[in-house]
Write a protein that binds this ligand. Structure first.
Ligand code: FPP
Length: 241
């Protein structure tokens, strides 16, 4: 897997670590929650642009397993914001043909948030445009550990467990690996995001804070990606064949 070395100008799957909401707010002497509110506006415009550009899958790191450790007031506000906004956006998502999915330890989310999420996933399940994946209460190591536990329960022969076998136990086995991973706010870290899936993913880091990231920034990231040559561990000669 991951060895399909065909490259198109538009990546099939873009994953984004949306970082910098807090600093964006701090720079404006606003509370962190205001940063997350502005972050949601950025999500809205980037989802729209991703669909317009013909990206098939967009995965957003909306809440990490580690984020539960933030002050309870911030966690509560984020959950509330996400539920309210998601519920409000459902008709628009359907109008844009966006199919919603979620990965992560979803059972850890507050019950009302789980309900909104389930309903949004259900209502958009027939949509044929962009697949929007929200990573919520998500951790890459958790995902790998959970997959390993599920595999152990199946009691396979050790030699049966190859990459394609393993992939079937990830949160959503149908998702292709990301072609491009974008991180905002200038940090050079993966932060436990999609550890299994990003083995051959191209990484693009921008200093722009997430609330300031708009359609133009997405297009710039894609242009940068289109100019790269992916080798998947092979030599140039092998790729030219
Ligand atoms: C990182 O900024 C951002 C988050 C932890 C939350 C991201 C979530 C959203 C933008 C909302 C998404 C909502 C939906 C419905 C998809 P930070 O707070 O870590 O910023 P900092 O590093 O500057 O403190």
């Amino acid at each position: 897997m991951g060895n399909d070395n065909s490259q198109t100008a538009v990546p099939r799957h873009v994953a984004i670590i949306m970082d910098g909401n807090g600093r964006w707010a701090q720079n404006r002497k606003l509370g962190r929650i205001r940063g997350h509110m502005a972050g949601i506006d950025a999500v809205r415009s980037v989802v729209k642009e991703a669909g317009r550009l013909g990206i098939e899958t967009l995965t957003l790191f909306a809440f990490s397993s580690q984020n539960w450790g933030r002050p309870i007031t911030e966690v509560r506000a984020l959950m509330e914001l996400m539920s309210v906004q998601l519920k409000r956006e459902i008709p628009k998502l359907i109008g844009q043909g966006v199919r919603l999915k979620a990965i992560g330890q979803l059972d850890k989310l507050p019950k009302p948030a789980q309900k909104v999420l389930e309903s949004a996933i259900e209502q958009t399940s027939g949509c044929k445009g962009l697949t929007l994946v929200l990573a919520l209460s998500y951790g890459g190591r958790d995902e790998i550990l959970e997959a390993t536990r599920k595999i152990l329960r199946e009691n396979p022969l050790p030699e049966e467990v190859d990459e394609s076998y393993f992939k079937r136990f990830l949160y959503d086995p149908e998702l292709p690996d990301p072609d491009l991973l974008i991180r905002t706010s200038g940090e050079n870290r993966i932060s436990n995001f999609l550890l299994w899936q990003i083995a051959y993913t191209e990484i693009y880091i921008t200093d722009v804070m997430w609330p300031d990231f708009g359609p133009e920034n997405l297009r710039r990231a894609i242009e940068d990606y289109a100019g790269r040559k992916r080798r998947f561990g092979l030599t140039d000669d092998q790729l030219d064949d």
